[in-house]
Design a protein around this ligand. Structure first.
Ligand SMILES: Nc1ncnc2c1ncn2[C@@H]1O[C@H](COP(=O)(O)OP(=O)(O)OP(=O)(O)O)[C@@H](O)[C@H]1O
Length: 284
């Protein structure tokens, strides 16, 4: 596959392309000229502090929000003109709770299979496969309200996987989880990706997770991408600018370098107290 030298974008085959995407809530320019390509088969991390515009961008890509300016496409399908084609290609795990506490794990996944129009013939097998993929088979007949936070997140992953998406979109999949549950969620994401070759687009505040699990990352701040590359490229790029005798910077150092002083104002920091509380209360 031929790619150009900058980012390698090829709208015909890339999993996601955003070109000049803008979205405003009144006076707030949540997404302000976003350019992005996510390659087929990669795990791509969209990183940034509270209010950077990550969720708004994700919602435009999923077609939950319209695209008022710019262009978004998913595997070459235009998110404005071909909404249904785009929806059929993706699975989405939002930040908000998408599992029903009053249903069992299996019932939750079966509900998504019906909503996503998995054929009746395929349904039972797909539900079992999705539960198996996230290691919830043994707990499948328990009510979701008895699940731990990590199990709820894995159940939501199964819900998104049941339609066998080519693109899995996860909005803060590990927020509010303890380190062991976070690792566990990522291990399941990686195993499914290795087995299916699907593309994963994930937003996160956790720079360490992005560094460890993402093939490429985009650092987003105030509605735009400020830096893009593999975690290694970004870190070594900053070290070259700082002088090779300095220790290898972290991704957070890279972010502070590209975002400058603007990081510490009302746009927030990487620790998302609001989201952590939101997640803690919904599973508690
Ligand atoms: N429904 C809404 N109405 C008004 N403003 C909104 C709405 N949703 C988001 N915003 C604003 O748009 C900007 C971008 O928000 P967005 O949720 O996309 O950022 P984010 O990077 O996902 O942050 P977080 O990590 O906190 O979810 C913020 O200034 C936010 O306050």
């Amino acid at each position: 596959m031929t790619r150009n030298a900058t980012d390698g974008g090829d709208p015909a085959v890339d999993a996601v392309t955003c070109a000049g995407l803008r979205y405003s809530f009144g006076e707030t320019h949540a997404v302000d000229g976003l350019d992005l390509s996510v390659r087929d088969g990669e795990v791509f991390g969209l990183l940034g502090p509270n209010g950077a515009g990550k969720t708004t961008a994700i919602r435009c890509i999923t077609t939950l929000l319209p695209v008022p300016a710019g262009k978004v496409s998913v595997f070459g399908h235009d998110a404005t003109r071909e909404r249904m084609a785009v929806r059929r290609l993706l699975g989405y795990v939002p930040q908000q709770l998408s599992a029903d506490a009053g249903l069992t794990g299996r019932e939750n996944v079966a509900l998504f299979a019906r909503v996503f129009d998995v054929s009746r013939r395929e349904r039972a097998r797909r539900v079992e496969q999705a539960l198996e993929a996230v290691d919830l088979t043994a707990a499948a007949d328990r009510l979701a309200r008895t699940y731990s936070g990590g199990m709820v997140r894995r159940l939501e992953l199964a819900q998104a996987l049941v339609s066998a998406p080519r693109l899995l979109m996860l909005d803060e999949p590990t927020i509010g989880l303890d380190p062991i549950a976070r690792t566990n969620v990522w291990e399941h994401i990686n195993a499914v990706r290795a087995a299916t070759g699907m593309t994963v687009l994930v937003t996160t505040h956790y720079m360490d997770e992005a560094d460890q699990y993402c093939d490429r990352v985009a650092l987003m701040h105030r509605g735009r991408v400020r830096a893009l590359g593999t975690p290694d490229e970004l870190r070594t790029g900053l070290r070259e600018r700082l002088g090779t005798e300095s220790p290898l910077p972290t991704l957070e150092d890279v972010f502070r370098d590209v975002a400058g002083s603007g990081l510490d104002d009302q746009s927030g920091d990487f620790r998302d107290v609001r989201s952590t509380r939101r997640t803690a209360s919904r599973v508690g």
